[in-house]
Design a protein around this ligand. Structure first.
Ligand code: NAD
Length: 434
């Protein structure tokens, strides 16, 4: 099938290349011309395991074309909208204008019978409004919603082998066309659920809000463990072993970040507020507040540790919001760095893939390696669980720092190794924060 994908960001590029690998002929339309050029010449900076190879193969064998020209979508039968839905402002809800503009740019290329499929994350009602827009501007085409559940760091795998596919559709023809798109995935027995537009929209937001809630929940329990003498990590493990609860998203630590969980949880709170569901709005707002408090607690503790010391330096290991991605959108690590710098501390931040140019903040001092960040450091904070930090040699690092104090906010180091090498190793939850 010929397919267009509008918006080649972290979701869209993976989706376009994955559909090409499934045997479709895909044209990706991207408004940012610099990004188009970088995708075509193989220098796009997105760090996502398997993505470079997937895109290169699809471009080389001609199953994927990438362009800035919306009219290139003409001739495709399925058109995926994968543009961003950022917040209008913090706690102000989602901005639908990228979707509206993408749809408007697509309309001249649509033929009767074409299916436009939203993949972006939106509050219920957005798809219905876009369907009305489509009905006015291109009456023969139809709109469906097929939310995406990929996680950054495993985006290629999640796209090619999803847990299930959700079709929000208004007709069986739309479901049939989506079945054709995903035929190789469905043939492997992948579950697909057919539902209406609003349910498809809500299921996606609810999923992210639930995952965020699990993270904030375990962080509140870990705080209680710290004040009660219980073991925070073991408590989390025991809870996670209960099949009714499940272990995913139950690692206490610095909290969540990225382009999805924070925005989607606040977006659901905003949607609930507008719907008059006040308790629901307060609930999701509180999930977000607890998340922000994690980094604030750590920042306050570090500032207190270093008060009275001149020229104190902090090393932060990890800039991306989690390992295996270069995404620093709402990264807890970057927020922590800002809080420490505001208190007058010098902060060096290391990351294996995020560099100063991607950091997009000239005030932050980015270095490549942990060793560079830790030189003369008074406190070292592990903020992202990159595998390379697990392999650090604590004995070799000891002479480099001013003070051998390390706080593992992701609980990814071997505490015994560090303590045996004379480091003052602290888990995030034995800091005496209160
Ligand atoms: N990143 C994820 O892990 C993920 C996972 C699931 C769902 N989502 C959702 O997918 C959507 C996209 O997220 P993202 O992270 O890929 O965002 P992104 O900002 O990385 O990518 C959006 C891309 O769309 C392009 N664009 C905007 N308007 C356009 C237009 N009219 N025509 C062509 N291109 C246009 C932008 O230039 C950008 O490259 C959001 O709603 C997000 O919540 C993201």
């Amino acid at each position: 099938m010929r397919i267009s994908v509008i918006g080649l960001g972290r979701l869209g590029l993976v989706h376009a290349a994955a559909l090409a690998s499934l045997g479709h002929t895909v044209v990706g339309v991207e408004a940012n011309t610099q990004r188009v050029r970088k995708i075509l010449d193989g220098t796009h900076e997105m760090h996502e395991p398997g993505l470079v190879e997937l895109v290169r193969t699809a471009l080389t064998d001609g199953t994927l074309d990438v362009t800035g020209e919306p009219s290139a979508a003409r001739g495709a039968s399925a058109h995926f909208l994968t543009v961003g839905t950022p917040e209008l402002a913090p706690n102000e809800g989602f901005d639908p204008s990228y979707l509206e503009n993408a749809l408007r740019s697509l309309v001249p290329s649509l033929q009767p019978g074409d299916l436009v499929i939203g993949k972006s994350t939106v509050p219920p009602g957005t798809a219905a409004a876009l369907a009305a827009q489509l009905h006015r501007e291109s009456p023969g085409a139809e709109l469906a919603w097929n939310p995406e559940f990929l996680a950054e760091g495993t985006a290629v795998r999640d796209t090619l082998a999803p847990h299930r596919l959700i079709y929000g559709v208004s007709s069986l023809e739309a479901a049939r066309l989506l079945d054709e798109v995903y035929a190789p995935i469905l043939d492997r027995g992948t579950q697909r659920v057919i539902t209406d537009l609003a349910t498809a929209e809500l299921v996606k937001l609810a999923t992210n809000a639930f995952l965020a809630t699990k993270i904030s929940f375990i962080n509140t329990i870990a705080q209680l463990a710290a004040t009660s003498g219980a073991d925070a990590l073991q408590t989390a493990q025991i809870l996670g072993a209960d099949p009714r609860i499940g272990a995913s998203h139950l690692n206490p630590g610095l909290g969540y970040g990225g382009g999805c969980l924070p925005k989607d949880t606040r977006g659901l709170a905003h949607y609930a507020q507008r719907a008059g569901a006040i308790e629901a709005a307060q609930f999701f707002t509180q999930v977000d507040t607890i998340n922000a408090a994690q980094r604030q607690h750590i920042a306050e503790w570090v500032i207190a540790q270093l008060s009275g010391h001149q020229d104190s330096q902090v090393a932060i290991l990890g800039a991306s919001f989690k390992a295996e991605t270069d995404d620093i959108r709402e990264s807890p690590s970057i927020a922590l760095a800002h809080a420490l710098m505001s208190a007058g501390l010098r902060v060096r931040i290391a990351d294996p893939v995020v560099t100063a140019s991607r950091g997009e903040d000239s005030r932050l001092e980015f270095v490549r390696t942990a060793e560079e960040a830790m030189r003369e450091a008074d406190v070292t904070l592990v903020a992202t669980a990159w595998p390379e930090y697990r392999r650090l040699n604590p004995a070799a690092l000891l002479p480099m720092v001013r003070r051998p104090l390390i706080v593992d906010t992701r609980h990814c180091l071997d505490s015994e190794d560090w303590r045996n090498a004379s480091w003052d190793y602290r888990s995030m939850f034995n800091l005496s924060l209160h």
